[in-house]
Design a protein. Sequence first.
Length: 120
Amino acid sequence: ADYADYAEAEQQLPAEEFQVDGREAGPAMDGGFLHLLESLEARVDLMSQMQNTRAAIQRRAQEIEEQNSYSYEAAIQRRAQEIAEMNREASEAAFQRRAQEIEEMNRDPYEVAIQRRAQE
């Protein structure tokens, strides 16, 4: 739309208002061209800001994802260690109980044999 406005304004200007030797353009050219130029500059600035904002959002989202992933993985590792420790303790306790049961089963006949020998 701005380009169309500029093209229309350019067609309406008299040829003498365009200066080829580098001097300033006439008032009719200043209005349309400068408006278009300012509009383009504003759009470029806005696009740059949007790209910077998008990049910042993506970086932050990645940081959050990494933190959540790390926290989740760390929690899983802690829980796995807790379970492994509980299993180890349970295995040791079961082994000790079984060893005591075997010892008690073996103790009675052994003690009986010792007592018999002592009586003989």
